[in-house]
Design a protein around this ligand. Structure first.
Ligand code: NAD
Ligand code: ARJ
Length: 469
């Protein structure tokens, strides 16, 4: 029994939803069809740390049908759909994930997914947010004499990682060197994970080549925008069942996720305010008709706050102490540190009340002055903690890119340096094309004289100065 899931009897339900999802994921299924005869990933050990949802199940089975030997865990304690995990386990694919893991369980699951039979490590990793990549690097550095594990942890979670590294090192001084021996690359799903990778590259700390999947246009300009436009309000409604129409809302950050989130709220006929640090994004928000102001400005008015920055300490304890009674606070960025959750938990005299548990976490915090606020998904990404994340069609774009990135890493394993790469513009266009037919769209063919007139090649790929996204 090489798996751990909440309830294996949910497998049939999971399979039914996987079957539906496959029809909504034309790009991913055609990548599957294209390569499944040839099996270019035959026997390649792939570990994934990415939300264990129905859409991810279709990605996992695509990698398996390309020949890979896959192990999986989620990249968030609340994002697993138990029926999806059960279906994957029942299909004989080792998976370690359930909805509502403790942080200790989460890191245990990560270690189980990393460790292949015979104490072998992965040859490729699909990462989302960079936790698997971080774990392997920190473990490797520890065995090389790094003292990081003994330093003061910045958070409860960091201490849990440190404890697991120390315990692993006690058991086996060579565990991580052994595990990374055959590691050839990682493809990273999200903005926050990509930031971590570039930082490691600059510090010359990367052990392997990496592909930045997020910045394929068919990922960040679709998943991050249109995915959140669907799943943000899905999460808020499942959590609070509140009418958004007419409410005053604040979206912190107007990047890709912020743009989708602000539009989702506007589509509900809410009033939307936006906070930004970047003058161009701020001006974009103004032109889209949103009021740009600071969180402080919004405090007397806002009924709902959504953080989308990938940055830390966006909603501070000082803000929460001054919010309106019954204000709702949530985050759709990758990590929970956008909201000062630890400071909220430890606020003198605060009373915490659980409204709904792990299935759709909602907590009410009452301050000593009598006003209460609601926190959704304990400050973790609300669309996956309180709903089911983005729908299949948009994830088909992201996961087509993921699969192409895995193929590219494997093909170039002897060529790539320890750097962060991106997939080609041509592959990006191919991913888009794979999704057009399903929507009944028909492309206009560029004529040679027209191409000459605007100075681009007929067949592309265009040069970066001709990109228009
Ligand atoms: P992005 O870089 O496009 O946007 C972030 C924006 O936040 C930028 O415009 C930046 O200027 C702004 N910002 C930074 N600090 C700020 C501050 N202190 N106050 C106000 N604004 C600030 O990134 P993105 O692609 O939109 O991703 C944002 C986060 O969402 C990341 O953590 C990413 O990993 C995550 N993400 C989540 C999902 C999901 O399904 N929940 C999907 C995609 C991405
Ligand atoms: C799996 C999902 C889903 C979903 O691609 C999105 C992103 O960048 C991640 C940030 O952690 C979340 C991821 N995402 C959104 N919806 N992954 N299944 N249904």
């Amino acid at each position: 029994m090489d798996y751990k899931v909440a309830d294996i009897s949910l497998a049939d339900f999971g399979r039914k939803e996987i079957d539906i999802a496959e029809k909504e994921m034309p790009g991913l299924m055609s990548v599957r069809a294209k390569y499944s005869k040839e099996k270019p990933l035959k026997n390649v050990r792939i570990m994934g740390s990415l939300h264990m949802t129905i859409q991810t199940a279709v990605l996992i089975e695509t990698l398996v049908s390309l020949g890979a030997d896959v192990r999986w865990c989620s990249c968030n304690i609340f994002s697993t759909q138990n029926h999806a995990a059960a279906a994957i386990a029942k299909a004989g694919i080792p998976v370690f994930a359930w909805k509502g893991e403790t942080l200790e369980e989460y890191w245990w699951c990560t270690k189980q997914a990393i460790t292949f039979p015979g104490n072998k490590g992965p040859e490729l990793i699909v990462d989302d947010g960079g936790d698997a990549t971080l774990f392997l690097h920190k473990g490797y550095e520890l065995e090389n004499g790094s003292n990081w594990v003994n330093g003061k942890a910045d958070s409860v979670e960091e201490q849990i990682i440190k404890n697991l590294l120390i315990a692993t090192n006690k058991e086996d001084k060579n565990y991580f060197h052994n595990i990374v021996k055959d590691w050839k690359g990682v493809s990273e799903e999200t903005t926050t994970g990509v930031h971590r990778l570039y930082k490691m590259m600059e510090e010359e700390a990367l052990l392997i080549p990496a592909i930045n999947v997020n910045d394929s246009v068919t990922k960040s300009k679709f998943d991050n925008v249109y995915g959140c436009r669907h799943s943000l309000t899905d999460g808020v409604k499942r959590a609070m069942d509140v009418l958004l129409s007419g409410k005053t809302t604040m979206v912190c950050g107007y990047g890709d996720v912020g743009k989708g989130s602000a539009e989702a709220l506007r589509n509900e006929r809410a009033q939307v305010m936006v906070s930004e640090i970047d003058p161009i994004c701020a001006l974009q928000a103004c032109m889209a008709g949103f009021k740009v102001c600071t969180v402080e400005d919004a405090l007397p008015f806002a009924d709902l706050y959504v953080t989308t920055t990938g940055n830390k300490d966006i909603i501070t304890i000082g803000h929460m102490a001054k919010m309106k009674d019954q204000a709702i606070v949530c985050n759709i960025g990758h990590f929970d540190n956008e909201i000062q959750m630890a400071e909220l938990e430890n606020y003198p005299g605060i009373i915490k009340d659980e409204i709904k548990g792990n299935e759709c976490p909602v907590h009410k915090y009452t301050f000593p002055d009598g006003h209460s606020i609601f926190i959704l998904a304990e400050g973790r990404l609300v669309n996956l903690g309180c709903a089911t994340g983005h729908p299949s069609f948009v994830m088909s774009n992201s996961f087509s890119n993921q699969t192409l990135a895995q193929l590219d890493l494997w093909k170039n394993k002897d060529k790539y340096e320890k750097k962060v790469y991106r997939l080609s513009k041509k592959l990006d266009e191919e991913v888009a094309e794979l999704h057009l037919a399903k929507l009944g769209a028909k492309l206009t063919k560029l004529r040679k004289d027209q191409a000459d007139y605007i100075g681009v090649p007929v067949e592309g790929p265009y040069k970066p100065e001709h990109y228009r996204y």
